[in-house]
Design a protein around this ligand. Sequence first.
Ligand code: FES
Length: 349
Amino acid sequence: MAFHELVISAVQQEGVDAKALVFDVPQELAQKFAFVPGQYLTLRGDIGGEDIRRSYSIASAPDGALCVGVRQVEEGVFSTYAQGLKAGDRVQVMEPEGRFMLADQKDVVLIAAGSGVTPMVSIAATALARGATVTMVYGNRDFAHVMFRSELEALKDVYMGRFTLIHVLSREEQDVPLLNGRITGDKIAQMAKAGAIDLDAADGVFLCGPGEMISEVSETLATLGVAAGDIHSERFTPDGEAAKVRSKAAQVAAQNGVEVEVILDGTKKRFMVEDGDENVVAAAARQGLELPYSCKGGMCCTCRCQVTEGTAEMATNYSLEPWELEAGFTLACQTRPTSEKLVLDFDAA
Ligand code: FES
């Protein structure tokens, strides 16, 4: 996936601590930036001499102006940089990616927390436009932190009767007790019981937000009878500290140095993994080779590749499907070799 330089055409304030960046896509790049609702863009900036990348979901419908939402994260290098961007600035943007996508679902339930609403705006607008019924449960601290409020209100106006928006607030009291606090599995179960969300009628439930919320709500949805294939999720943060775990086998392999060969865009390149805690992406970067990556947290799949020789382990995986693991696919940003040689094919489909 290539980066392209896009010009920001507008910057909009979204709640008290987030911005929407709208990009101008020239005609010659329109095809490359075509996307499916739910997908994201990776933005890249040279910040303090470092190449920093972050993924942000697309908030617009495919027929609208390309737009992402960026919430200011405490000590977040890129999100702080992004808050200072203005119309006319140029940004390196990777072509849309991601598997969190609206397919041909008819009626959907969307559950989002914080900036996790960003892809949901795109999904809701698209699903409603084709006649679906959409229920969105959206968690925030208070109304001041709600992102894309005017877009959501506009959808309510246009699709009255088919779009239900339920705000759940953790630090602003609402009249209905069920709508106060964080979004939890228990809260979703209570909403289903009260008839506020109809999980039986929905043929897709989409979740986006912090890893803990997604894990908990997914478990509840399963106990409520929602089929695993109907639950779609996108994490903004990984769960806990799993990414730091490293097995004995990987430590032993790294002691002697592991030769890694990668096949990328039809060419072969080699480098060594020598450090006990290094993943493949980090080891390649240290030796001047840039492999595809974005989140570096096992969530986005940008670094997906296939092990064609040797063995490896992943510290964590939030995006590869069981069939991909079976077929030997791995996430390079989480991969540590457990054999003396490792061959990774980034061109494998
Ligand atoms: S860079 Fe996102 S999963 Fe590896």
